[in-house]
Ligand binder design. Structure first.
Ligand SMILES: [Zn+2]
Ligand SMILES: [Zn+2]
Length: 110
């Protein structure tokens, strides 16, 4: 079922599956013809446009615009990891810690 708005008589009506995909407006005084495929496109395009206008990704640290969820902010230089941002030195510490943990795992598992 699809709601169709007639641009000529401003009447809106429901199109159901048992109706032809192209036909005349339900108003007998109106000569407008509907096309369900065109109407479907009209119905689908507004949300798609809104998606494009979606909020830009912002750096959790400085609120500057970033290009990806996981990137380095050009404004403050922080490393953006999803919803958190860490300083490069902190990220380096994390990597060091990870390597230490990994080496410990290998040490005890081997
Ligand atoms: Zn009409
Ligand atoms: Zn930033």
């Amino acid at each position: 079922m699809l709601r169709i708005h007639c641009p000529q008589c401003k009447k809106s009506f429901f199109w159901t599956d048992d109706m032809p995909t192209q036909g005349k407006c339900v108003n007998p005084d109106c000569g407008w013809h509907y096309n369900v495929r065109a109407e479907l496109k009209k119905n689908l395009s507004p949300p798609a446009m809104e998606e494009k206008k979606a909020k830009p990704l912002l750096c959790p640290s400085c609120q500057g615009e970033i290009t990806a969820r996981f990137s380095i902010c050009r404004n403050c230089g922080y490393i953006v990891l999803g919803r958190t941002a860490v300083r490069k030195s902190v990220a380096f510490l994390y990597i060091c810690l990870l390597l230490i943990i990994l080496s410990l795992i290998f040490k005890y598992s081997g």
